[in-house]
Design a binder for this molecule. Structure first.
Ligand SMILES: *[C@@H]1O[C@H](CO)[C@@H](O)[C@H](O)[C@H]1NC(C)=O
Ligand SMILES: *[C@@H]1O[C@H](CO)[C@@H](O)[C@H](O)[C@H]1NC(C)=O
Ligand SMILES: *[C@@H]1O[C@H](CO)[C@@H](O)[C@H](O)[C@H]1NC(C)=O
Ligand SMILES: *[C@@H]1O[C@H](CO)[C@@H](O)[C@H](O)[C@H]1NC(C)=O
Ligand SMILES: *[C@@H]1O[C@H](CO)[C@@H](O)[C@H](O)[C@H]1NC(C)=O
Ligand SMILES: *[C@@H]1O[C@H](CO)[C@@H](O)[C@H](O)[C@H]1NC(C)=O
Ligand SMILES: *[C@@H]1O[C@H](CO)[C@@H](O)[C@H](O)[C@H]1NC(C)=O
Length: 258
């Protein structure tokens, strides 16, 4: 490498410095394999022979079990390794073209590093790439190959927005109650819901609890004339959202709402 640098250097002098006049006294300082400062009798010539490092190699992009919205990115330092490096890590949701960049440094002695990307969306795929530059250099490496990881899924974090319509009933014994709900997402994640669980029981008879699952966002319940308490949760493979609840007044009870 040094041999080839020296050859480049000599070539450089021929091309740039020899014409128009040949300087008689040139001395060069060689810094960290990265930059040359040359001085000759007519003044200073600064030029860099920058070492363009190879891109770092991303070893893994992993979630840490139990930690939400986080990816642990691990990479190896590029060659040549005996440099202090400034690096930047770029990550983007694979459904988007917009990426976020994080700066960091790697000192000479670090071979492998890890970095936590936090505040990510749940259950979302991210593409990650890194590039580096020697601290005294100006030429960035190419971007590393993109590596993809997916954040953990978590139980739906918000309750559904629930409302109901009570069908007016000809008898005092039964009535239909129509439930409708909307899903509210905290993060625009690709979180996939498996369905909704509806539970209802007479207000004063909690032991008589009925459960019904559906994948629709509506349900029609046939209830007796008593007052009822109804709850709806959304669920996915990890767990359930908090409960959205509402009360159905008994037939004949003056409704305080609506
Ligand atoms: C070459 O340049 C150096 C630094 O400017 C100076 O100290 C030295 O005397 C010069 N030598 C000759 C032979 O001109
Ligand atoms: C991040 O991943 C690397 C490589 O698998 C591992 O060595 C390191 O312990 C992980 N860090 C955490 C905090 O889990
Ligand atoms: C991303 O970029 C490609 C090509 O430039 C474009 O076709 C696509 O619509 C973009 N996607 C988004 C989500 O902006
Ligand atoms: C990262 O470094 C670039 C220059 O390489 C700078 O423009 C940018 O502001 C830095 N970003 C942060 C978040 O420090
Ligand atoms: C990454 O996150 C894990 C889990 O929260 C933590 O134990 C670890 O110390 C973090 N690592 C770094 C480098 O911040
Ligand atoms: C609770 O509901 C069950 C089933 O409808 C009924 O048999 C029981 O008598 C009720 N208990 C009370 C205290 O209302
Ligand atoms: C309804 O879904 C829940 C998941 O939240 C499950 O535990 C339960 O067994 C399901 N019940 C029925 C009747 O399918």
């Amino acid at each position: 490498r040094v041999g080839s640098l020296r050859r480049d250097l000599i070539l450089f002098f021929y091309l740039i410095i020899v014409p128009p006049s040949t300087p008689g006294n040139i001395s060069c300082i060689y810094h960290y394999n990265v930059k040359f400062t040359c001085i000759y009798e007519f003044g200073y010539v600064f030029f860099s022979i920058s070492v363009k490092t190879k891109p770092p190699k991303i070893v893994s992009v992993e979630k840490i079990p139990g930690v939400k919205q986080l990816l642990n990115v691990t990479w190896d330092k590029p060659d040549p390794t005996l440099l202090d490096l400034n690096c930047r890590l770029r990550y983007r949701n694979t459904n988007s073209n917009t990426s976020i960049t994080v700066n960091f440094t790697m000192n000479q002695n670090e071979r492998r590093s890890s970095f936590n990307l936090t505040d990510l969306w749940d259950f979302t795929e991210y593409a990650i790439a890194i590039q580096c530059v020697g601290v005294e250099s100006e030429i960035w490496s190419e971007w590393s190959e993109e590596k993809i990881g997916r954040t953990e899924q978590q139980a739906p974090s918000r309750k559904v927005d629930l409302w109901r319509v009570i069908e007016s009933s000809p008898s005092a014994e039964n009535r239909y109650v129509h439930l409708m709900w909307k899903v509210l997402k905290e993060y625009p994640s690709s979180e996939c819901l498996l369905g909704y669980k509806i539970q209802y029981c007479p207000e004063n008879n909690a032991s008589f609890k009925m459960t019904q699952n559906t994948t629709d966002k509506v349900a029609k319940l046939l209830l007796t004339g008593e007052a009822y308490v109804i709850s709806v949760v959304a669920y996915n493979s990890v767990g359930e959202s908090p409960e959205a609840t509402l009360r159905i007044p008994s037939i004949g009870e003056k409704s305080t709402f609506f």
